[in-house]
Design a protein around this ligand. Structure first.
Ligand code: ADP
Ligand code: MG
Length: 634
């Protein structure tokens, strides 16, 4: 027995029959799946056909280097038949099959990393989203139990002897049995004994429409055993025959002009684990020194797997002359485009490439950079449609932003695709950088922005006051990643990108403070010496009393704090404190005595921290101070 077998119990029964238990999680999963997917029961067929197609893909791939695996049975296919009397559906394939240990590891164990998240998501999600989750989390096989009283799997690995086949059987209630059997052909039969209330699936037209709907683009023939309609009176003599239900010409190999939007959309749904239509797509046949075909889609919504970063399920499928080589997201797509779905089919890559070779393969690098260019162009075109682009941005904007740092070579193209709310557009609107530049006043050479923990904090920053007064637009950056991003990005289209909260601001209206003010500024600095680098009179504040200003190259306070909380060593740089000398609090400060000066001084500083989106290290002291000031009578 293999060491992947982590079953709770295994018992040997007569004739080599083994009784196994699923792990606790598996029981929970089966239970939930059956009960939460009731309104979408037909997807079980999609999942089983997809597994059969995967099995055929695997065999076709291995047979490239070992033709003996295929033998004489070279027509890979998926066959579906029903037995109305026995109330069973059988899904057969002549793909790779499984041996004893693989059966245990693949369908007896639900130990894969995604299972727990899957359970959580299943509980949290709405009815119509649940069906998609199954395919995304790699638990598709178990969907058979939505309609089955009992599931039997009979399988023989390609290349194994007829006597080395296995039968797996379970009623989906915590146990399964395994026994050795003999089987003529390689591959797998999944036999579903339908529940009484699932007999609709015995009907031919029902099966046909499900297969067409969900599996229309499987690249192997999906055949249904059908009885031709009776003509004349000899209906009994009609013999059932296999009928291919799907269209097996790979869509991406067909000329664009022959393909309808509807076909593209259906194809996307079949490869993208998504029930919604894509936002856009691009389809290219590239011929030349190297030839390849690309079909790329932008989804209309962010899938769950992107959040959990399940890389192996993401991105693009790599084919070599229509043979699926792998889901090769990392090699074909940079991280920041990980939402793109689709197919790359190369005519020139060797069929027997391995993952390691792919990494260093020149050809693949070229295809990758073509994929990137095409993806960016596709997004550029999409941006002409404001509504669609907004939808795209909502789901994938923060991912795309990573490209500014990750892909220097395409930085400008990526930058044009970014959108930010600004003081001009308001929090619900957004502007591109080009639009920002068009709106600049004569002589403005800087693109101004402010970062904060969230948009509201950004919009409330006291640093904005002078800019608002001057009518200078400021981009409001409230995504976590923005501060990181702006730490690497200083220029766009010949204009510098600057934070309004960093560095000295040249307003042209700075005045030397009077001697009395100067003395108080110095006194205040003495008080706050540990926290601030300097205390100066501010030209940028109009309503607020104080704000913190960081060094040009320093990291924003909220980011410093975030990293410190995460236990990272951050070179903390002391900010400068700017004070609004026109503010009534400043007058109070000027006349304040010892204790009150101290309280007011600290309060000024703490207000600046808070309104800059930072957190106080000692909130209790802040509260006490405030109360002392509120209750003092002088
Ligand atoms: P996924 O297909 O996402 O891996 P499933 O739960 O659908 O998850 O299937 C689990 C595993 O069981 C598959 O990865 C595969 O190894 C194995 N399997 C299922 N059906 C077949 C089949 N028809 N032929 C060979 N292996 C299969
Ligand atoms: Mg599957």
């Amino acid at each position: 027995m293999s060491d992947t077998d982590s079953d709770a119990s295994v018992a040997e029964c007569p004739q080599g029959r083994e009784q196994h238990s699923f792990q606790t999680e598996a029981k929970q999963l089966l239970h939930l799946m059956v009960h939460s997917l009731y309104s979408n029961r037909e997807i079980f067929l999609r999942e089983l056909i997809s597994n059969a197609a995967d099995a055929c893909d695997k065999l076709r791939f291995l047979a490239v280097s070992d033709a003996a695996l295929l033998g004489e049975d070279t027509e890979l296919r998926i066959c579906i038949s029903v037995d109305a009397e026995a109330k069973t559906i059988t899904i057969s394939d002549n793909g790779i099959g499984m041996n004893h240990d693989e059966v245990i590891a693949n369908i007896g164990t639900i130990a894969r990393s995604g299972t727990r998240e899957f359970l959580q998501q299943l509980q949290d999600s709405k009815n119509d989203q649940r069906a998609e989750l199954i395919g995304q989390f790699g638990v598709g096989f178990y969907s058979a139990f939505i309609v089955a009283d009992e599931v039997t799997v009979e399988t023989r690995h390609a290349g194994a002897d007829a006597g080395a086949a296995v039968r797996w059987q379970s009623a989906g209630e915590g146990e399964y049995t395994l026994e050795p059997i003999s089987r003529e052909q390689r591959g797998t039969d999944v036999i579903i004994k339908l529940k009484d209330d699932a007999e609709e699936f015995l009907q031919e037209y029902r099966l046909r429409s499900i297969i067409q709907r969900y599996s229309g683009h499987i690249s192997f023939p999906v055949q249904l055993l059908t009885t031709p309609p009776a003509d004349d009176d000899d209906a009994e003599k009609q013999t059932p025959e296999w009928q291919t239900i799907n269209d097996t010409t790979a869509l991406w190999t067909r000329p664009k002009t022959d393909i309808s939007d509807e076909e593209y959309i259906d194809f996307y749904k079949s490869i993208g684990n998504d029930s919604a239509a894509p936002l856009t797509w691009t389809h290219n046949h590239v011929e030349g020194a190297q030839s390849y075909k690309l079909l790329l889609f932008v989804p209309g919504q962010a899938p769950y797997d992107m959040m959990f970063n399940r890389d192996e399920r993401q991105g693009l499928k790599l084919y070599v002359q229509r043979v699926l080589i792998m889901d090769a997201a990392e090699q074909l797509l940079p991280n920041y485009l990980r939402f793109v779905r689709g197919v790359v089919d190369s005519a020139d890559l060797p069929l027997n490439v391995s993952r390691e070779i792919l990494q260093e393969n020149d050809l693949l690098q070229k295809i990758r950079s073509a994929v990137v260019k095409r993806s960016l162009t596709m997004l550029e075109k999409l941006s002409a449609d404001a509504d669609k682009y907004q939808q795209f941005w909502k789901h994938f904007g923060t991912v795309l932003k990573e490209g500014i740092v990750e892909d220097m070579g395409n930085r400008d193209a990526i930058a044009k695709l970014l959108r930010f709310p600004s003081t001009r557009t308001g929090l619900d609107g957004s502007t591109s950088l080009n639009e920002y530049i068009e709106n600049m006043a004569e002589g403005q050479d800087t693109i101004w922005y402010v970062t904060a923990d969230n948009l509201k904090a950004a919009a409330g920053s006291p640093h904005l006051e002078w800019f608002r007064e001057q009518g200078i637009e400021v981009l409001l950056l409230g995504d976590r990643i923005d501060e990181w991003l702006m730490g690497y990005w200083f220029e766009f289209d010949g204009k510098s990108l600057k934070s309004i909260a960093k560095g000295k601001l040249d307003t042209g209206a700075e005045e030397e403070p009077e001697a009395a003010d100067k003395a108080v500024l110095e006194r205040l600095h003495k008080l706050l010496e540990d926290r601030v680098e300097s205390v100066t009179s501010s030209a940028r504040l109009k309503q607020s009393v104080a704000c913190l200003v960081l060094d040009e190259n320093a990291m924003a306070m909220h980011m410093q704090q975030l990293l410190q909380q995460a236990g990272q060593d951050v070179p903390s740089s002391k900010p400068g404190l700017e004070v609004n000398l026109q503010h009534p609090l400043w007058q109070r400060l000027q006349s304040a005595q010892e204790q009150q000066f101290e309280d007011l001084g600290w309060l000024l500083y703490e207000q600046a921290v808070l309104s800059g989106g930072g957190q106080l290290d000692d909130p209790a002291a802040f509260v006490q101070r405030t109360n002392r000031l509120l209750t003092s009578t002088d």
